[in-house]
Design a protein around this ligand. Structure first.
Ligand code: ATP
Length: 142
């Protein structure tokens, strides 16, 4: 099987470095499937559960928060503000973050004028990060 090296790096550490068969990534321009020998590109990425097809054809999900991705024919580099393998995700923490963000967004929707101190963009981004973590751990999201 042809492979491409995938490296996922955050400001704190290297989260992932493997030779893979394919990656499916939610970029700012839409969903991208990256195979070995893909044409070079640089794009922004949104918080999501990145799907990786490994060399042995098994699939892996990795929670990736926003950042950038550089693709070269033999290497994919993801630079993310945070990223976690499912085994390192604290599901309870992600559920709490999800509920907190949902509650903030619900309050805002009901009465935006009265809640000027709630930052919509921040709450929405927190919700997306929590969803990425819950999806990567295959937890249902309502
Ligand atoms: P929280 O509100 O729970 O802190 P967050 O989305 O604001 O969530 P981030 O700013 O994306 O958190 O991440 C800060 C650090 O905490 C990163 O190192 C990230 O990997 C880690 N982290 C965040 N949530 C989780 C989680 N549910 N399980 C494991 N690590 C997490």
């Amino acid at each position: 099987m042809a492979t491409v090296n995938l490296e996922i790096v955050t400001p704190n550490k290297k989260v992932y470095s493997e030779n893979i068969g394919m990656a499916i990534v939610r970029s700012t321009g839409g969903e991208l499937g990256i195979l070995p020998k893909h044409a070079p590109l640089v794009t922004g990425i949104l918080p999501h559960a990145m799907r990786v097809e490994k060399e042995d054809s098994s699939e892996e999900l990795i929670a990736v928060c926003g950042g950038f991705m550089e693709v070269k024919p033999d290497k994919i580099t993801v630079l993310a503000s945070a990223a976690e393998l499912p085994i390192n995700i604290d599901v309870n923490r992600a559920k709490k973050a999800y509920d907190r963000a949902k509650e903030r967004l619900d309050i805002l929707q009901k009465s935006q004028e009265e809640h000027k101190n709630i930052d919509f963009v921040r709450a929405q981004a927190a919700l997306e990060r929590a969803k990425a973590r819950l999806k990567a751990t295959k937890n249902p999201i309502d």
